[in-house]
Write a protein that binds this ligand. Structure first.
Ligand code: B1M
Length: 209
């Protein structure tokens, strides 16, 4: 019988080969794709996210865990779709216009995926218009913006305003080294998170989970 606890451990330790092997075995044994996802892969990513938040592990460990999850997801995803398993919600993420820093944004995207969100990553240098158009197109519940430069923070305000002007109910959350809760409040963003793990907690609470 495929061991979902061992699958979650394989994600936590970033053991791609093991994560793939157990996922394949679980699929072949007829374990439900939702259980493989939630009790194995997501459970592992949640643990690594918590450890990251508590400074028990660092960026490299989060990245190798995310790669292990990604490898397993490649074979699990078609089964999830066939089984009609829905993501928690769609989240559009990106680094704001003028800004090319993407390491933190990628971490946030990975942990959101790990937590069960469908993430549409627009990359870097994303304009307010692009965030808004994509959120509208995919009916996203959430827009996540990252900025590392004080000079690009105003792009966040532009995006928040554009989302409101478009009449969307999409929640906006922001983060990045120079960003603060005070800034989020000032520009009318729905939330601010200081790190990638807190971003997952915030994202869930913003969509009412
Ligand atoms: Co740049 N850079 N950089 N840089 N760079 C900084 C940010 C800087 C502080 C360095 C310094 O001067 N000490 C400084 C900004 C100063 C300021 O504005 N206050 C700076 C500068 C000035 C520049 C250039 C202008 C330099 C130049 O060309 N003259 C230029 C700008 C280019 C541009 O963007 N248009 C530039 C370029 C670059 C590189 C391309 C060389 C490279 C980026 C590579 C890449 O990202 N692919 C780079 C890097 C690596 C840095 C530093 C060294 C590291 C940034 C990083 O990745 N940190 C940085 C100095 C530093 O921070 N020590 C610096 C690790 C990452 C995990 O942290 O992104 O903060 P961070 O993400 C955290 C949280 O903030 C949070 O979660 C993450 C972890 O849990 N978070 C979110 C992030 N996004 C979130 C979103 C959320 C929630 C949480 O919700 C949606």
């Amino acid at each position: 019988m495929a061991d979902l606890k061992a699958l979650s451990e394989a994600v936590i330790t970033g053991n791609q080969a093991k994560a793939l092997e157990i996922t394949k075995a679980a699929i072949n044994e007829g374990v439900s794709p939702a259980d493989i996802l939630n009790k194995g892969l997501v459970a592992g990513m949640n643990t690594i996210g918590e450890r990251f938040k508590n400074n028990e592990v660092y960026i490299p460990e989060v990245l190798i865990a995310a790669y292990a999850m990604k490898a397993a997801m490649a074979i699990l995803e078609p089964k999830l779709i066939a089984a009609g398993v829905k993501p928690l919600a769609k989240a559009v993420v990106g680094t704001v216009q003028g800004d090319l820093h993407d390491i933190g944004k990628n971490l946030v995207a990975m942990l959101l995926k790990g937590a069960g969100f469908e993430v549409i990553d627009l990359g870097v240098d994303v304009s307010a218009q692009k965030f808004t158009d994509k959120a509208k197109e995919v009916n996203a519940k959430l827009i996540g913006m990252s900025a590392l430069l004080t000079t690009t923070m105003p792009s966040m305000e532009k995006t928040v305003k554009a989302v409101k002007a478009a009449g969307l109910s999409t929640k906006t959350m922001i983060g990045g080294a120079p960003v603060t809760q005070a800034y989020a409040t000032k520009i009318g963003a729905d939330g601010y998170a200081a790190d990638a793990a807190s971003a997952v907690d915030l994202a869930k609470s913003l969509i009412g989970l």
